[in-house]
Ligand binder design. Structure first.
Ligand code: ZN
Length: 86
């Protein structure tokens, strides 16, 4: 993992030039500029973002934490990633 960074938004790796480190309540996270721009588009989308985030957090509450390397491969996490926006 030399020049890719795990993007918590996409739950995928991006080249380091395409990500920014941002501060969240749970600490510093990496997120790609593309997803940041996408969520800045409009109020409606932002409302949607909030709802999906809540749903995602709920879903994650039922989840036992997994090591990062497992999370990237875990089929359940991949299934979740289609509904999550975080
Ligand atoms: Zn991303």
């Amino acid at each position: 993992m030399s020049d890719t960074v795990f993007c918590y938004h996409c739950r995928a790796r991006h080249p380091i030039e395409e990500v920014r480190q941002i501060s969240t309540k749970s600490g510093k996270r990496w997120r790609c500029t593309r997803s940041i721009v996408a969520t800045k588009k409009g109020v409606n989308e932002r409302d949607d973002f909030g709802r999906q985030t809540t749903a995602f957090n709920k879903a994650m509450a039922d989840f036992k934490p997994l090591p990062m390397c497992l999370m990237e491969r875990h089929p359940l996490v991949y299934g979740l990633s289609t509904v999550s926006v975080m």
